[in-house]
Design a protein around this ligand. Sequence first.
Ligand code: NAD
Length: 548
Amino acid sequence: MSHIGRSTIPTPQNEPVRAYAPQSPERARIQAELDRQAGLELEVPLRINGQAVTTGKFEDMVMPHRHSHRLGRVHQATSENVTAAIAAAEAARPAWAALPFEERAAVFLRAATLLQERFRDRLNASTMLNQSKTVHQAEIDSACELVDFFTFNLHFLERIYAEQPRSTPGVWNRSEYRPLDGFVFAASPFNFTSIAANLCAAPAMCGNTVVWKPGPTAMLSAHYVMDLFEAAGLPPGVINMVPGDPATVGGQIMRDPKLGGVHFTGSTATFKLLWRQVAENLDHYACYPRVVGETGGKDFVVAHPSADAQALGIALLRGAFEYQGQKCSAASRAYIPSNLWPQVKAILEGGIAEMKVGDVRDFSNFMGAVIDARAYAKHSGAIEAAKKAVGQGVVEILGGQHDDREGWFIHPTVIVVDDPKYVTMREELFGPILTLYVYPEAEFEDTLELCDQTSPYGLTGAIFAEERSAVDLAVQKLRFAAGNFYVNDKPTGAVVGQQPFGGTRASGTNDKAGSMWNLLRWLSPRTIKENLAPPHAWTYPFLAADES
Ligand code: NAD
């Protein structure tokens, strides 16, 4: 804390979402920035100790919605680069950890302020072009959520620092919230620029230093995130970026004896691998690394026969298809009572027919492309398999078009099943594909049981009902089925400071990104007891002889 005086972090406010309506100044500005970035052939370097490092070994960055368009290329880290990045993080650690909180906080307050104006278009446009988000999806991610992560986390951290033990007469007890005794490895997914930046920023604001391996298909925004940190005054070596082959770069970092923590968001399979690597290397580490992972989901919507069918249908359309279903929280399985199905089906069919899919630079498109050829193959394969399974667990398919000639486009799709354990009711696809089971309306309670037991995940879920007793029953029965539970709302769109985010079961360690629970994982408290009047004799009163 401060050497003189006691300052406070400014009260955070959620960053307002800009509309980008026709004729608005923000629309004109982002379109100009999209043109600018699309016209560049950027070379993205590594960032080690505040320096741009090039290797001459490249991977391309493309637009998923126009995959022939190369946005640039990314230098790939070698083993020597990874060693240098770890060394830089370790060298920067003592001075960064010793800096008063106000000085560290100022860097992230400045990053938030820069992002509100100067960097807003840069980050939004790169997220649109390279990750194929519409302008609205980019705005709520790389602008609003990231500003909120910076400002709210500082406020939460201040509250943690204020938490102190009791003292008694003659004794002063203190808690000092040290950073970890080793660097943090941040490995980020492709789907949220804000998550990627926060995986680095949250440990860093606690006084840790970081080695960051971004997702290979989200490198354009990662590049501008590093520019933002540097423009905000982050000292060299505090966050080091090493793009490269995930297994090679990741494997080397995970073996390092100074690994203090792993901050991961991505798939369940990768997280399990990282956890196994921690276990394998336990004998080499200087301490037990903190392992935080937010992973996959098979997020559900359950409707009761009393539900508002219109609200339910809209929640399914938005919850399942926005950002092409590539949100860990996206609705990907639904349980609809037979009495509501005709009305809900009409809403879904209407939405699917109207939703335009295409280049995100055309603002009339509701959806862009899925992230890469591998995702396209997986989703188109699941749709074709479902078409073949009609009559064998699958009833019918709504939508189901796909086309990868220009971009990796998967159109919004609903697989209607009569086998509630059909493969896509259980396994995460991470695309715009909703699997839906129509249950006999009298079997609501059994359906809650079914929902709870069908998939290994426990991330997000929603209940739609007008009857309060049905809401209550769902809240009880689905207690462990979701870490973020919604009543009469879609299961996506958690806001920092309002709905702390994370799940359990196969969905992660539930450390709630954007809350003080997450920050606690990057702190290692030291308790300091000071005796203000230490005893001068070793004897206790009970030792004295009884008076005769
Ligand atoms: P991914 O697991 O493929 O990749 C995540 C990161 O791990 C990337 O940086 C990747 O390069 C890295 N990685 C891969 N193999 C590695 C290895 N062997 N060693 C070290 N690092 C390695 O995930 P993705 O496709 O980028 O993201 C999609 C997944 O993320 C989905 O499953 C989604 O549900 C999940 N997700 C979860 C949340 C959440 O909060 N729960 C949020 C966003 C995304």
